[in-house]
Design a protein around this ligand. Structure first.
Ligand SMILES: Cc1cc2nc3c(=O)[nH]c(=O)nc-3n(C[C@H](O)[C@H](O)[C@H](O)COP(=O)(O)OP(=O)(O)OC[C@H]3O[C@@H](n4cnc5c(N)ncnc54)[C@H](O)[C@@H]3O)c2cc1C
Length: 443
């Protein structure tokens, strides 16, 4: 039976057969009988990475084993366990994930495959840096791989968007925490230069840092921002030191909002309210882990607010010295009149050896853009050029539109990646709509 798949942005739908293997044997069987396959987790990548038109989508959600957390915080998890499920068990025992994206609704397999980053990349790196080993099933067999055991395949798989095989389990080192709170410092900036200078100078003193940027205001206040930075609260920092599991979201968006609800007018009004309601300067506010890390998880199916046409998340990173590119991109966007509802700026620390891993030392900006305005494709093409000129790249986990020649320039180690993929997937069975579009399947 054919099933419709999209990413979280709900653009670029395609149809494929769904299978949900619950053992290595079943995955091996799928590779023996099917041609075009791609693993899938909870479908939180925005574009077309976890789907393959006319092929087989292998859900990892039945891979559900979960071992005990040992005294050093080491745990082995089935690839289909979500960060939400992990935190439900681990927080009450005093452990947090070392890296979390902006939602808990991602699987461990998806987190490794995209080598996800959080608000702490500048100090802790991306997800792959905390993986001790993993089990990978490929068309040529199954392997335990780690940074020391077949490191080549390990780093080809970390960030490879599922294109080397199906990860079945991951051994991870968690982060010890004393409470379920973080201490947050908030500061408002009227200019982009102001917030960027503060992040460059001050982020090193915090484990977590993120700035919300207003991309709708023009002129002197273009890029005005709210910067929030935090560290985990210790027992003595809070009135009541609790270790509570995250709560499930109670609010659901029940239907698709009318297309055009998020337009320049409504987004401008929202941004104004958001900016003014935030404190100008506040230190040491205690917030729950959920409020700080996963505010969007409070509303289920929030992507429906963008209407049936969906939305694009455009996320790029550029080297540190290219901070002017961030300014130019926001200038291009704010002058285009295309509404960006959420714009998030973070700092990245050193890259890891992942051949297709996204982060590079410097800046990353993520923009949520509703599909609809006729100028949007042209604006995004312009942003691609600015990013390329700066030696930057865009994030494959968010992409649904990049051209292959641009992807090659942004990810210069594609040929090294394809050579390793050839070793484990000589018939080029592992493919996806993203891989076909960007020529990442094989030669
Ligand atoms: C609200 C929101 C906020 C986000 N914030 C961030 C953020 O801050 N930082 C960040 O880095 N990302 C962020 N993301 C993106 C998200 O973390 C990644 O796209 C992640 O990969 C999604 O995991 P998933 O389980 O949904 O995987 P899917 O979206 O289903 O799949 C993603 C990729 O992983 C591959 N894959 C999945 N499971 C396996 C497996 N078992 N073996 C091999 N490959 C596999 C798929 O083939 C696909 O290429 C965010 C997404 C949302 C919706």
């Amino acid at each position: 039976m054919s099933t419709k798949f999209t990413g979280w942005g709900r653009t670029s739908a395609s149809y494929a057969t769904l299978c949900e293997p619950d053992s290595e044997t079943q995955i091996v069987n799928e590779f023996a009988i099917e041609d075009d396959l791609i693993p899938r987790g909870l479908g939180r990548s925005y574009g077309d990475a976890a789907q393959v038109s006319g092929g087989v989508v292998m859900s990892n959600l039945a891979l559900r084993s979960m071992g005990p957390i040992d005294d050093d915080g080491v745990v082995t998890l089935g690839a289909g366990i979500s960060i939400d499920e992990l935190l439900t068990i681990s927080i009450p025992q005093g452990w947090f994930v070392p890296v979390t994206p902006g939602t808990r609704q991602v699987t461990i397999g998806g987190a490794v495959a995209a080598d996800v980053h959080g608000k702490n990349h500048h100090v802790d790196g991306s997800f792959g840096a905390h993986v001790l080993s993993m089990r990978l099933v490929t068309p040529r067999g199954a392997w335990d791989i780690s940074p020391t055991q077949d490191a080549e395949l390990f780093w080809a798989t970390t960030g490879a968007m599922g294109l080397t095989g199906m990860i079945t389990s991951v051994t991870l080192r968690l982060l010890p925490i004393e409470t379920d709170q973080v201490l947050v410092d908030t500061e408002r900036f009227n200019t982009l230069d102001g917030v960027m200078a503060s992040m460059r100078e001050g982020d090193g003193a915090y484990q977590y840092s993120v700035a919300w940027v207003d991309c709708m205001t023009r002129g002197a206040h273009m890029g005005r921002s709210i910067l929030t930075r935090a560290t985990h609260a210790r027992t003595q920092d809070v009135k009541e030191a609790t270790l509570r599991a995250p709560q499930a979201s109670k609010i659901v968006v029940p239907f698709d909002a009318p297309s055009g609800l998020l337009n320049p007018l409504t987004v401008r009004a929202f941004n104004e309210l958001w900016f003014r309601s935030s404190p100008k300067f506040q230190q040491g506010e205690s917030q729950s882990l959920t409020t700080f890390f996963h505010p969007l998880d409070g509303v289920r199916d929030w992507n429906r607010l963008y209407g049936k046409k969906g939305f694009v998340q455009y996320q790029f990173c550029v080297p540190d010295e290219e901070h002017e590119t961030v300014v130019s991109c926001i200038d291009r966007l704010s002058s285009s009149g295309v509404a960006s509802f959420l714009a998030v700026l973070k700092r990245f620390g050193p890259s890891n050896p992942g051949l297709l891993s996204f982060p590079m030392p410097g800046w990353t900006l993520a923009l949520d853009l509703p599909v609809g305005p006729s100028s949007l494709p042209g604006v995004l093409d312009d942003l691609d050029e600015l990013v390329l000129d700066a030696g930057g790249r865009i994030y494959l986990a968010k992409d649904a539109r990049l051209a292959p020649e641009k992807a090659r320039r942004m990810y210069p180690r594609v040929d090294d990646f394809l050579a390793i993929k050839e070793r484990v997937d000589p018939q080029h069975q592992l493919t996806s709509d993203l891989a076909r579009r960007l020529h990442l399947v094989g030669k």
